[in-house]
Every structure is written in C-alpha cells, then in structure tokens.
Ligand binder design. Structure first.
Ligand code: PMP
Length: 385
C-alpha cells in the first residue's frame, strides 16, 4: 500500500541503524542514549509491584490526564507555575508529538537549536513544520540569531533542551535563560522546554527552568525514563491551563490515557523514602563514568580530545576538526565501538550521505562501566590517532 505523503519525506532514523549494528557481539556501544541498566531502581520498585495484583482499579480504564494520585504528587513536587496544569504522557516523546499535533499546521515555523535531538526533528518533520535552526554556543543559543528569527514573525514554537543537551551536553547559563524567556514574551513565541536530563546533575548548581521566567508562554516536558526506567514510558507535560484542552483532545485520540499500573508504580517509586538517596547515588555513578570517559580521551587522544565539559546528563560531544564524522563512525564500528556522527543531529541531514555541518561525534557515558568506557576510547583512538 502507498504510504501517506507526509511520511515519504521522513528519513529513517540513522541513529536506529547504528544502534542495530551496535548490538553485534563484541561491539561496545557509546551510541545509544541509554541510562545505566545496571543501576535501575528495581529493588525500590519491588514493593509497588507486589501491591499491584490486589488493586483491580488500577487495571480499569482511567482519566486521560493521568492517574489522580500521581497528578497530585507531581503538582506538589514538579509544579512549573500556578497557571499551569499537567498531563501524563507515554514518555516525553509522546508529549512532543501531542504538542506538534495540537498546535502546528503544515509550514508553521519551529525554531530549534542545532545540533538537536533527532526525535524532535522527526516529530516536527512529520507535522510538516518549517524548521529554523539556531546556532548553539557553549552557554546556550545564539541570542542575536534567535531574536532576528523571532522578529521575522516566521516562528510559532521554539523547541529547546536547556539542561544537559542531547547531543552536546550544553547547559544554558542563568542569564541566557532569562533572555530567551524575555524574547519569547516579547515576540509571543511559545517555548517547548524539553528537560529529560534535568535530574541528572553531577556538578555545578541547579538553575531555574526557562519556563519559570515566561510560564504563560511555555510548555515543559519532563521524563521519568532517566530516573526510573525508560521501558515504563512515562513523562509529564506541563502547560498553561488554557492550552491543555487541545492537548487532551489529541492524547485521547492517540491512546486514551497512559498505562495506569505504570503510573501507580512510578508514584510508589517517587514517594519512596529511599528515592532521594537513590537519585544522589545515580548522579554519582554518572559523574564517575563521565570522568572515566574524559580521562581516557585525554590519555589516548591528547591534544585531539576537544570536549566541552558537561555538568550532568548522559552525553559528551567530541569535536574532530577536519574529520568526516560519518567516516569516523564507520571505521570505529569496524574496530568494535559504536558512536553517532554529528550528521544525525542536524535538520535535513539525517541521511548518512549528507555532509555534516559540524565535525563532531556524540559519546554516551551513562550506560557502560568506567573500564568498558576506557576500552571503547582505546578502540576509537586507533581510528583517530
Ligand atoms: N527529549 C530528549 C532531548 C531526549 O534525548 C529523549 C530521549 N532520550 C526524549 C525527549 C524522549 O524521552 P522519553 O520519551 O523516554 O521520555
């Protein structure tokens, strides 16, 4: 059967192809965005699992907006602003899709940092949006470029990942956060603040959400994939109250509601007295893994190890001036290490054939142990040095 026209323009995800190759035996993968599966909070979750069979109500159809006890908890602990309401999603990825389907018409303008999370690129491409890349600096987006774009009147939404960006690990400074919020207000552009890595800070000070400076113009996506488990598929979307009705309409058409047993299990975990200590321990593990990656890069690559330091999250962005990142990725795979070339993170260049606008690769440090990370870097260095 002929596929729908809007789907024909979507490139298959290049990252998915690499991830498939990365499962080959003997290959170490720094390619995926995988949290540490050896540190999932399964023992804390066991109590919630045990209670479930005695609670038939959890297995009945439920409210579209989410499981009420979880919504009450999120309202108390994750509230963005007084005029906001929350909607539980099947992963923050679904939240992004709901936003695109609720608010975008074909050819509407979406500004995004470049490089950018490919899952967001796919959602906006599927909605037929016109993508406007904004250069990313080590402290946040290029503000003069952003203002010019907003002033052109071409942009309806600005999609951003201000905490531990995927793929670069960059976090915006407080000043940039305030300035972006002011621009969103001035030019009436809606901000989508995607914050799946926010809880994974292992250095520096937590900064306020950008949305806290322009709550009436902002939607915030939080994910529980990185602090519980990604397989549960749970995230939450917070939006100004009067934007919630269209989002609920799309959510209802999409899947009626997110799995209630999973929401109950998440609530049990978040409210568990040992959960804060678990989160601190997880951040400590990520700090250790990040430091192992950075010192291996410095030991094996010396001057060639150009990595902007990160304060949290799961990714480091290795600059490779003068190199073709796609060729590096292919050679590295042949040597037994999978990485994602920079090409995959730019609009209209997801295809492997496209020339990369930047010479860099993304390295994931959350999933492998320090020893394995070191071995991965040794293999990568055999391609680069
Ligand atoms: N946003 C960003 C920036 C991501 O990197 C990811 C996936 N790692 C997601 C959203 C989707 O996360 P999830 O659907 O698992 O909550």
């Amino acid at each position: 059967m002929q596929t729908a026209k809007h789907l024909q323009q979507i490139q298959p995800s290049y990252i998915r192809e690499i991830l498939a190759a990365a499962t080959t035996e003997g290959v170490i993968s720094l390619a995926g965005g995988l949290p540490a599966s050896d540190h999932f909070p399964l023992s804390l979750m066991a109590e919630g699992f045990a209670k479930m069979p005695d609670t038939p109500a959890l297995f009945q159809y439920g409210e579209t907006r989410g499981y009420k006890p979880l919504l009450d908890y999120l309202d108390e602990h994750y509230r963005v602003a007084s005029g906001h309401q929350m909607l539980v999603c099947s992963g923050s990825q679904q939240g992004l899709d709901l936003i695109a389907r609720a608010f975008l018409n074909p050819a509407d303008g979406v500004a995004m940092e470049a490089p950018c999370y490919p899952g967001a690129l796919q959602v906006f491409a599927l909605a037929g949006a016109s993508i406007h890349p904004v250069e990313q600096n080590p402290t946040g987006p290029n503000l003069s470029q952003l203002e010019l774009l907003f002033a052109s009147g071409k942009v309806k939404l600005f999609y951003a990942v201000p905490d531990f960006h995927n793929p670069t690990g960059v976090s915006w400074t407080l000043d940039i956060r305030k300035q972006v919020a002011a621009l969103c207000r001035q030019y009436e552009v809606a901000l989508i603040e995607d914050a799946p890595y926010r809880e994974l800070r292992f250095a520096g000070q937590q900064l306020p959400l950008v949305a806290s400076f322009c709550p009436e113009r902002a939607m915030v996506l939080r994910s529980f994939s990185k602090i519980s488990t990604p397989g549960m598929r749970l995230g939450v979307l917070s939006a100004p109250e009067d934007w919630l009705a269209p989002l609920l309409k799309v959510k209802q058409a999409s899947d009626l509601h997110t799995s209630i047993p999973m929401q109950a299990l998440l609530l049990d975990l978040l409210a568990h007295p040992a959960f804060p200590a678990y989160l601190r321990q997880l951040c400590g593990i990520y700090r250790e893994r990040y430091q192992a990656l950075v010192s291996a890069l410095s030991d094996y690559l010396g001057q060639e190890a150009i990595v902007e330091p990160v304060e949290g999250g799961m990714f480091a962005w290795l600059q490779l001036p003068g190199r073709d990142p796609l060729a590096v990725a292919k050679e590295a795979l042949a040597k037994g290490v999978a990485i994602v070339p920079g090409n995959a993170f730019f609009p209209a260049s997801e295809s492997p054939q496209a020339e990369s606008p930047v010479s860099a690769i993304r390295l994931n440090f959350s999933h492998e142990t320090p020893g394995t990370l070191r071995e991965a870097v040794r293999r990568l260095a055999s391609v680069l040095v």
